[in-house]
Write a protein that binds this ligand. Structure first.
Ligand SMILES: [Zn+2]
Length: 255
């Protein structure tokens, strides 16, 4: 009898995920560091080992800011495993799990009961302050924030793109080979078309998400991807992987 590859998947085992990243970092030549601590838990960042005076812009990847969205961090890891060569050609800054407490507890919120993705404008927030120190002075060519949604009826995407032609539909077309696209006309209170919510200007939000700060830093394209939490974990991980691959293909190929 064959065992399903995900039958024993420890989706909320933070330490297992960290061990996988440590092994990958060694293989890929990525520098992996603890940039913050929440209680006893280390929070990690990985970066390509940059040559001095390397002026190439960086690709920003982040997952696990909401702990009950497990396919995002595992999808990011799965993508990285299959794209080790890419870390030699491009510069990356990767936050594999921004909310380890949430991942372990399978909850959206952090150890203080806050939504970290509405806390980026909270003055003196310890984790955000540490995050700001890491990203300070960086220029990002593209930023990808990976999420999941329990209300999602398929994949959808927020595109924060102040200047260039929309790329989200091409990316969602690729994701549609793995999971359906969410066809709701309104998603989370915002107008959506074929799973895409485009923002040319900033939405009014009292608590700032990660994507807004990246946008305010001058990132020309910030994409927030959502896979539907109620679908199979295997397919959601595949969708996250497909999203990253396609976003790098379509999101960087711009004049
Ligand atoms: Zn989320």
């Amino acid at each position: 009898m064959s065992v399903h590859p995900l039958a024993n998947h420890r989706a909320h085992d933070y330490r297992a995920l960290v061990r996988e990243w440590q092994a990958l970092a060694k293989e890929a030549g990525l520098k992996m560091e603890v940039f913050a601590r929440v209680g006893e838990l280390p929070v990690y960042v990985l970066r390509t080992k940059d040559a001095a005076r390397d002026a190439r812009p960086t690709i920003y990847l982040s997952a696990g800011i909401h702990g009950d969205e497990a396919a995002a961090p595992w999808g990011l890891l799965a993508w990285a495993r299959e794209n080790v060569a890419r870390f030699k050609t491009d510069r990356f800054l990767i936050f594999p799990v921004l909310n380890p407490h949430g991942l372990i507890m399978n909850t959206r919120i952090d150890q203080d009961g806050a939504d970290l993705n509405r806390s980026f404008n909270v003055p003196g927030h310890p984790l955000i302050t540490a995050w700001l120190r890491v990203v300070a002075g960086r220029e990002f060519a593209l930023a990808l924030c990976l999420h999941e949604d329990y209300d999602g009826q398929g994949c959808y995407l927020y595109e924060l793109n102040p200047r260039h032609p929309v790329v989200g539909h091409a990316i969602l077309n690729d994701c549609a080979r793995v999971l359906p696209i969410d066809q709701r006309k309104r998603i989370d209170g915002r107008a959506a078309k074929d799973g895409l919510i485009v923002r040319r200007v900033l939405p009014e939000m009292p608590g700032h998400p990660e994507a807004i700060v990246l946008h305010l830093m001058g990132t020309p394209l910030t994409l927030t991807f959502e896979s539907p939490s109620e679908f199979s974990l295997h397919d959601r991980i595949e969708a996250q992987k497909t999203f990253i691959r396609s976003a790098l293909e379509h999101g960087l190929r711009r004049g």
